[in-house]
Design a protein around this ligand. Structure first.
Ligand SMILES: N[C@@H](CCC(=O)N[C@@H](CS)C(=O)NCC(=O)O)C(=O)O
Length: 324
């Protein structure tokens, strides 16, 4: 685990000393957008037009943020248009490695590089900051378009429609405000909340994260008791953004990140909803529990120094849901 400082790799754990034990997530540094005509998007510069075969995605199957992008790639019919390199699940002193000696890890399909940081350095030789997945790479200009999953899934939702012929819209304009509001709470207290609980190094910092996390799960359970999906009767981006955290919850966050007030299977509506999303066409193929457990239990020395992978739970994601 480490980061780049002006182009040089420094192996160091997250600094929680300067923040009273709290984990603070670094901001993503590459924030350009692929657009229909190559004009600039909401942030960053232009020049990234939606074209089949032009972009490459670097992901980890363990990572909930990268997982969102793989789900959108699948449900938006982008699989033949955007190819993927999958990192090795263990993230150790060199950060994410592009090795292929684990089932499903592909190595670097573009350049044969060893470390994901080398992709960052190709884009920006003096890059500083964390080397994270996902990364969307532009083969034409030879640079990183974006390393922010929230932006990448918005691009995938609409920019490539003319390329794929898929017009499904998971961010319809009339629901956008509601989607953004749900996303804001879910991001802070659930998606990032589990990390804040798990990487906290003081009791206060842990309490500050874990209490709002379970308040939000109760709030979500209430919404899903009344509505099929988070923003009503249509499945939207808000559901997919929550899903990748919920999928990992009982297997990892409940144990490894000490988020153990309740399990997801203890929330009848949330658990039913989660199975519906898992069973959505194309989604189960994006799920790799072997990468998920190997990554978390192996990569965080500070949390699990002996790298023992717990035995359970036995969860049946294929059990029929009753959301219809
Ligand atoms: N804001 C980023 C966060 C991505 C992120 O933190 N990914 C984790 C994996 S789950 C990572 O690569 N961490 C490496 C590190 O922090 O050094 C996004 O949503 O794309």
């Amino acid at each position: 685990m480490g980061q780049l400082v002006e182009g040089v790799w420094k192996d160091e754990w997250y600094d929680t000393d300067s923040t009273g034990g709290e984990f603070k997530r670094d901001t993503s540094k590459f924030r350009n957008w692929v657009t229909v005509d190559g004009s600039a998007g909401p942030t960053g510069g232009g020049g990234f037009m939606a074209e089949g075969g032009r972009y490459h995605l670097y992901v980890s199957h363990a990572c909930p943020w990268a997982h969102r992008t793989l789900i959108f790639r699948s449900i938006k019919g982008l699989e033949d248009h955007i190819d993927v390199s999958v990192v090795h699940p263990e993230m150790l002193k060199d950060g994410w490695e592009l090795k292929d000696d684990f089932p499903g890890a592909t190595g670097d399909k573009q350049f044969g590089l060893k470390y994901l940081r080398e992709i960052y350095l190709k884009a920006k030789p003096d890059a500083s900051g964390r080397v994270t997945v996902p990364v969307l790479w532009d083969k034409t200009s030879g640079t990183i378009v974006s390393n922010e999953s929230a932006d990448i899934i918005r691009m995938f939702n609409s920019a490539f429609n003319a390329v794929t012929g898929n017009d499904d819209d998971f961010c319809p304009p009339d629901l956008l405000e509601q989607i953004d509001a749900v996303n804001a709470r879910v991001y802070d207290t659930v998606n990032n909340g589990v990390y804040k609980a798990g990487f906290a190094t003081t009791q206060e910092a842990y309490d500050k994260a874990v209490v709002p996390l379970f308040e939000s799960l109760d709030w979500i359970e209430g919404i899903l008791a009344e509505n099929r999906y988070l923003t009503g009767q249509w499945l939207t981006e808000a559901d997919w953004r929550l899903f990748t955290t919920i999928l990992r919850f009982d297997a990892v966050y409940h144990t490894h990140f000490k988020c153990n007030r309740r399990r997801i299977v203890d929330y009848p509506n949330l658990w039913d909803w989660a199975r519906e999303l898992y069973q959505w066409p194309g989604v189960a193929d994006t799920v790799h529990f072997d990468h998920i457990t190997r990554h978390y239990y192996y990569s965080h020395d500070m949390v699990n120094p002996h790298r023992i992978v717990p035995i359970g739970p036995d969860t049946d994601w294929t059990a029929p849901h009753t959301r219809g």
